[in-house]
Design a protein around this ligand. Structure first.
Ligand SMILES: *Cc1c(COP(=O)(O)O)cnc(C)c1O
Length: 358
């Protein structure tokens, strides 16, 4: 009973999801996005399970260095690029691809030289207004990058979609149009689609796709389950019952008395709390699997514990396994009860939760 809460990572499911994505990508190369510790799944072990990918993408240099240190030789994109000369040297040494999204990063390359050590992905802001060159700045940025001597070993173009998770979104069409207008006549490889773009069939026909969440078996859409897309859950966050109590009708459970027993109830106390990354914003009624049976969260999540109404369930005792999300209980459904998205639950599990590869 020493390791009550753990996140079981199903590496076969990762491989399965990659194969589903590959079939959907219709020949485009697949960049497996493994930022944020592979969305909480463990950076190196997830990347090793995803070795069928054509490339990886991370947000930070440290993540890329960790992948190289683990012996991974595949192409790695730094999605935010680098900001200092020291980072640039590390990136060159480890043969990392740079995203260049800001003029200061071009200046860095001009000052440092040796741009031929890099494949550079120029990011165009087609409307999300987070990173990238505005369409009217793009031509100048491209000219400066082409004039570098030596020139980057490769140039590629990318953009990111703000609303691809909503279908038939006019914003997406407008973004694609702006990207096409800005890049007309250029013959570079391009990358646009994240998971939502890929499964929403937006921007197919590009050379590279960049799925993240779909690899981990969650849905990029609110109106369509991961299972219906053929994806399998990768992380199962599991713990067990550590106490059981009868609660008289009308008595409340937990901090703030946020849940009161509607009838004499049997309540299971589970060793999992917001200290593990089980959000306190999960409300009473959130589904929890107890011994494989659906039950409902009762009252506020505490730091190390939460309560589940198990009245009428069979064979619940101290030690009975509990699933907070994963196999049998889609993380998307749980996230909905916390008013958030699966991404935040998955990458938010805390350091103290051991990952167990299956
Ligand atoms: C995180 C990220 C992705 C992956 O997005 P998902 O919605 O998880 O598929 C793709 N591209 C960029 C630039 C990202 O930052």
């Amino acid at each position: 009973m020493s390791r009550l809460i753990r996140a079981v990572i199903d590496t076969n499911a990762l491989r399965h999801n990659l194969s589903v994505i590959r079939a959907r990508a219709r020949g485009a190369k697949v960049i497996a996005v493994v930022k944020a510790n592979a969305y909480g799944h463990g950076l190196v072990s997830a990347a090793l399970a995803l070795q069928g990918a054509d490339a990886y993408a991370v947000a930070r240099l440290e993540e890329a260095l960790a992948l190289r240190a683990a012996g991974i030789g595949t192409r790695i994109l730094l999605l935010q690029g680098v900001f200092t000369a020291a980072q640039l040297e590390d990136a060159a040494h480890e043969r990392l691809d740079l995203v260049v999204h800001d003029a200061s990063q071009i200046e860095l390359l001009e000052r440092t030289g040796g741009a031929d050590r890099f494949a550079v992905w120029i990011k165009i802001d087609s409307g999300m207004h987070r990173l990238g060159f505005a369409p009217e700045e793009f031509a100048a940025a491209l000219t400066r990058l082409r004039r570098l001597t030596p020139a980057p070993s490769e140039l590629r173009l990318m953009t990111h979609l703000a609303c691809a998770n909503e279908r038939d979104e006019p914003v997406t069409r407008a973004q694609l149009q702006r990207f096409r207008d800005a890049t007309r006549g250029l013959d570079y490889e391009i990358s646009i689609a994240n998971s939502a773009g890929l499964f929403g069939e937006v921007a197919l026909g590009c050379h590279w796709v960049r799925p993240g969440i779909a690899l981990y078996g969650a849905s990029p859409f609110t109106d369509c389950s991961a299972a219906s897309l053929g994806l399998e859950p990768v992380m199962t966050l599991t713990s067990s019952v550590i106490a059981l109590r009868r609660v008289p009708r009308g008595d409340s459970v937990g901090y703030g008395g946020a849940w009161a027993a509607p009838r004499e109830s049997l309540v299971a106390i589970v060793a999992a709390g917001y200290g593990d990354g089980v959000h306190r914003s999960l409300v009473s009624g959130t589904p929890v699997l107890v011994g494989g049976q659906r039950a409902a969260l009762a009252g506020r999540v505490s730091m190390d514990m939460l309560a589940v109404d198990v009245t009428g369930l069979e064979n619940v005792q101290v030690g009975t396994p509990v699933v907070l999300w994963g196999a049998g209980l889609p993380v998307d459904e749980v996230a909905h009860h916390a008013g958030t998205i699966a991404y935040e639950l998955l990458c938010g599990i805390s350091q103290r939760v051991p990952l167990e590869l299956k």
